[in-house]
Design a protein around this ligand. Sequence first.
Ligand code: FPP
Length: 259
Amino acid sequence: MAPTTGLQDVSTRAGGAKSGRPLHVAIIMDGNGRWAKRRNLPRVLGHRAGVNALKRTVEGAAALGVGVMTVFGFSTENWSRPPQEVSELMGLLKAYLESDIDRLAREGVKVRIIGRRTGLAADVLAVIERAESRTSHNDAFLLQVAFNYGGRADIADAARAFAEAVERGEARAADLDEALFERHLSTAGAPAPDVIVRTSGEQRISNFLLWECAYAELVYQDVLWPDYGPEHLAAALTEYRSRDRRYGGIAVDDVAVAG
Ligand code: FPP
């Protein structure tokens, strides 16, 4: 993770590497179960292989010009999976943070876990809090792990937090606008994703970064997550860079014609 892209200004949510802000890639890491099934292995081994893919991808990301990465590790809907699989995913987050935090901290990575803290066991919470406080002053790269996260839940939680501030007399409903609202989201302060990648060939957003994805480019890749690595991320970025992002405006080439 040698190159640093700088996170000095992550206050604006408009996103977009062309504007000089760090490029933000969000990834729905899908296909662990199918990867395992194809090998006649238990699903949990697919998730373990998925952690290795995550390590490879994070390690190669900065060299590809990425400054922020958000990965979907556990959704609010994943609680409905068999208890053994839920427990494995909890254990994997803990193990990942415990094994990699020294290296990530050394490399200037700021680690942030987004999503609901309620429902997580005390030992998982302790590891999350340690990882976050250990890396809170870093600004070379931001790694956000969405865990016990759901886009709708995050929006509902933000609405509740704002309503409570109004009830306490600390905010006024009339002042609410998009910029104020998003300060209550668990992604507050990070730029919006420029591109959302989903692996395994599935083409859905699955309740991931619903507010934040407003202008993200969607890239679907037909590779199962445990097989993923920097070469696939590079291909996703090539696809992203070929897109013409207009943010509701018109193409640059068409401005003269329109005028
Ligand atoms: C989707 O695959 C993946 C998940 C539900 C979890 C993603 C988790 C990891 C990559 C490993 C854990 C990493 C951390 C940091 C917690 P799936 O099981 O839905 O695959 P399938 O659609 O093929 O069944």
